[in-house]
Design a protein around this ligand. Sequence first.
Ligand code: FMN
Length: 191
Amino acid sequence: MRLDDAGLQQLFLAARTHRAWLPREVPDATLRELVTLAQLGPTANNGLPARFLWVKSKAAKERLFPHLSEGNRDKTMKAPATAIIGYDLEFFTHPPQGQGPLAGFADKPDAALVYCARNGSLQGAYLIMAARALGLDAGPMSGFNNAGVDGEFFAGTSVRSNFLCNVGYGDPAPLRPRGPRFAFEEAAQIL
Ligand SMILES: Cc1cc2nc3c(=O)[nH]c(=O)nc-3n(C[C@H](O)[C@H](O)[C@H](O)COP(=O)(O)O)c2cc1C
């Protein structure tokens, strides 16, 4: 069933990337729900390479702070929660419970990385759309030091950071008009 106009507005037409946040907490239960929903989106062979680390407490935010680009610091410190969306490079040996390991990636780190980049980024996008579906807003960011974040949060593991995503209730006041998008003919074809 096609979503009604209100649904389309919420997910796409009126949804924006937010960088300023209303002073409204996001309960842990909502963060759990977001991850549950995001994991329902498809990944190749259901490999689910993404890992989600919620940076929410002041102490955790302070660990993240030095690794953020200057322009992302203030908005991230003020966001109710920040997801470090990472991927597990050894996803193929760490399947979800009840599913066997994925064949074909042992001794193929390049293929595993391509898999993680593709499927882990999709899962990050599912998280953004899940946030919008729950009435929250998202602010994805790649302006940070990946190696620094990995050392701080994922040392000694096979998880690596992909991108960050602030989540909360966005303040629409400072939003500037949306950037342009391509017309269909400029970005797409039907053969
Ligand atoms: C992977 C990714 C990385 C981004 N990195 C940053 C960033 O480091 N800092 C920032 O302020 N915005 C960042 N953005 C936000 C984009 O500029 C924004 O989503 C885009 O301009 C579309 O804006 P709109 O959703 O309001 O239409 C990023 C977005 C994505 C998806």
